[in-house]
Design a protein around this ligand. Structure first.
Ligand code: ADP
Ligand code: MG
Length: 146
């Protein structure tokens, strides 16, 4: 499978990459985001939201699992499943309806619900490399259709 790799050296660059994904997002896309705490998942998401034309603040949906934004080019469903104890909690919020719908889904900490992710989702992993600097990140993307 094709893998695209980006290197970023600042929060702004990561935001800008997210923004490009938002501008190019197609209905039904599911982005599964992986990476340690503080690596930039939410920042990437904020860029993506901007690229979708969503204005207003986007922060991690800490208490709700999913935050819905409907004022952009496409509906945007932002999940943060960090606190999920059991993937069945996702059934309860109607996860499948979001994921197999026509909006854009982005899931932070997607590895925690690996078993219920759709097969064709776009995988995005963000990683630090302190040898290359405090603000350095590698962003790896796979599963994009051409
Ligand atoms: P996560 O959602 O993965 O826990 P956040 O997006 O909330 O992470 O926070 C990332 C933090 O890392 C922010 O404080 C941001 O300013 C900082 N940061 C530094 N360099 C980068 C970079 N290149 N890309 C993304 N974030 C960066
Ligand atoms: Mg986050």
């Amino acid at each position: 499978m094709q893998m695209i790799e980006y290197e970023t050296f600042s929060p702004e660059e990561t935001f800008a990459i997210g923004e490009r994904f938002g501008q190019q997002a197609k209905p039904g896309q599911v982005l599964a985001l992986t990476g340690d705490l503080g690596v930039g998942k939410t920042l990437f998401t904020q860029g993506l939201a901007k690229g979708l034309g969503i204005d207003g603040p986007v922060s991690s949906p800490t208490f709700t699992i999913v935050q819905v934004y409907e004022n952009g080019r496409l509906p945007f469903y932002h999940f943060d499943v960090y606190r999920i104890a059991d993937p069945e909690e996702m059934d309860e919020i109607g996860f499948d309806d979001y994921v197999y719908g026509e909006g854009i889904c982005l899931i932070e900490w997607a590895e925690l619900i690996e078993d219920i992710l759709p097969e064709n989702c776009i995988r995005i992993t963000i990683e630090k490399n302190l040898e290359k600097g405090f603000d350095y990140r590698t962003i790896r993307v796979s599963g994009m259709e051409e």
